[in-house]
Design a protein around this ligand. Structure first.
Ligand SMILES: Cc1cc2nc3c(=O)[nH]c(=O)nc-3n(C[C@H](O)[C@H](O)[C@H](O)COP(=O)(O)OP(=O)(O)OC[C@H]3O[C@@H](n4cnc5c(N)ncnc54)[C@H](O)[C@@H]3O)c2cc1C
Length: 433
């Protein structure tokens, strides 16, 4: 690939979002060069839940069957009242049979999804994925965009017609473009403990189970790991007054798991992690020839599993529009429409939903708590309401909402202003104003 070729696209970040964007562009004949600062794909346990709205996009690339093979298919999810041990509601994606070709969730660890995408990229002649290459600077003119990259061969400059910033929550690309990342950081960190203990056989937990508890909410979900019997990841809020060492000490970890499900013997813990969680959205997803996608554009808490899903949906949207612009037929305004559609969904849906999910699980007021659980029970008992609810959690409704926004909605042509005017502000944040 020639640097500076008219239709080449540079991508900062070889996470799942950068790689999927590369695949969609390269499939259409566009030259793509991806830079990632790591030496290889990272296997740290992060996202796994892939919703029907995302499977619809991945399916076009034949990824769904492969993900189901290396992951787990989860048709249902559950809400539990942790203090009483009652399963309050179970939702079955089978109710979405008329809404999607994929009426189920696939639990596929994100490094597996990224590996499947990378394997496809490696079979294409017009893509380079350069690991050990860190993007440090971004400049642009009316005609091109240039990045400075530090790699094994030293400092280099690469020029392309567009740059996609898919370089994660701390995005250098976003910072180089001076785009604010508005919102807030939760006071408490989230703790993730992974164990092979089989919560389904012992306790009846579904592969995705959410536990409401005013003292200590919990998410519990299964991944296939390196094969049967698989692994269970449990996620909890961490006391902000405690240090990382205190929270991750063997005794503290053991006590936490025994509180979730007391058993006569110690838990085997194969992974423990503490991480800071944010609710933030970039003020714009477009700055001239630079487009942001994935965590570089938006971050949220993981309750409901919407972070990576939103990023892969960004990639699907951007890959299609950028190809239309580069291959001749599409107006430049399509890239403003990308900003409008995806930023609207991030504001109106993903931020609102993930904050509401957290508030529902941690609610302390007994009256509100009972009302929340009663409402979940009532929704689950009514197939029509359950289907509507599932269309939201499965990220199908948000996909349809994005598709309903058209070039005519761009107004002044400044997508950022259009979104600010329309979106409802998120409680406690500034990101959608
Ligand atoms: C514990 C946890 C659980 C989660 N669970 C879920 C879930 O169930 N469902 C869900 O949808 N989401 C979940 N998420 C969120 C999900 O992990 C992220 O949304 C996802 O990783 C975003 O993908 P990405 O490709 O945008 O960014 P990343 O995966 O962060 O990839 C960014 C890439 O950019 C590279 N990079 C960074 N800076 C540079 C630079 N300057 N130059 C070159 N390369 C650079 C990095 O090396 C990295 O490979 C979870 C997150 C965590 C932490």
């Amino acid at each position: 690939m020639k640097a500076g070729a008219d239709r080449s696209v540079l991508i900062a970040g070889g996470g799942p979002v950068g790689l999927f964007t590369a695949l969609l562009l390269a499939r259409q004949g566009i030259d793509v060069r991806v830079f990632d600062e790591n030496a290889a794909l990272q296997e740290d346990p992060r996202a796994a839940t892939t919703h029907p709205g995302t499977l619809e996009i991945l399916g076009a690339e034949g990824l769904v069957e492969d993900m189901a093979r290396v992951g787990l298919v989860a048709p249902t999810f559950q809400f539990w009242d942790r203090p009483t041990g009652e399963c309050v509601a179970e939702f079955d994606h089978a109710l979405l049979a008329d809404d999607t070709r994929h009426p189920y969730v696939i639990q596929c660890e994100q490094f597996k999804t990224a590996t499947l995408i990378l394997q496809r990229l490696q079979a294409l002649p017009n893509v380079e994925v350069l690991f050990n290459h860190r993007v440090t600077e971004v400049t642009q003119t009316d005609a091109a965009v240039t990045v400075v990259v530090e790699g094994p061969a030293g400092v280099q400059r690469h020029t392309g017609s567009y740059l996609v910033g898919a370089d994660g929550g701390r995005s250098v690309v976003r910072k180089q473009c001076g785009i604010p990342f508005e919102g807030f950081t939760w006071e408490e960190r989230f703790i993730v403990l992974t164990t092979p203990f089989d919560f389904a056989a012992s306790r009846g937990y579904g592969y995705r189970s959410y536990f409401a508890d005013p003292e200590e909410w919990c998410n519990c979900f299964k991944v296939s790991g390196k094969g049967p019997p698989g692994l269970w990841r449990t996620v909890y809020p961490a006391d902000p007054r405690l240090t990382e060492n205190e929270l991750l000490a063997d005794a503290a970890v053991e006590a936490r798991l025994q509180r979730l499900f007391p058993r006569g013997q110690p838990y085997e813990v194969v992974h423990r992690n503490l991480y800071t969680t944010h609710q933030r959205i970039a003020k714009t997803f477009r700055a001239g020839r630079v487009l942001l996608a994935g965590d570089a554009a938006h971050v949220n808490n993981p309750i409901g599993g919407m972070g990576l899903n939103g990023g892969l949906q960004d990639a699907g949207n951007l890959g299609e529009k950028l190809a239309q612009v580069l291959l001749g037929g599409g107006p430049d305004a399509l890239l403003d429409l990308y900003d409008l559609q995806r930023r609207t969904i991030a504001c109106e849906f993903v931020q609102q939903q993930t904050i509401a999910n957290k508030q529902r699980l941690e609610e302390r007021d007994p009256v509100k708590r009972r009302r929340n659980l009663d409402e979940l029970r009532a929704i689950a008992a009514d197939p029509q309401r359950a289907r509507q609810f599932l269309r939201g959690t499965a990220m199908l409704a948000s996909q349809r909402r994005a598709a309903a926004l058209t070039l005519a909605d761009l107004g002044s042509g400044d997508a950022g202003h259009g979104v600010q005017g329309e979106a409802r502000p998120v409680t406690g944040g500034e990101q959608c104003r």
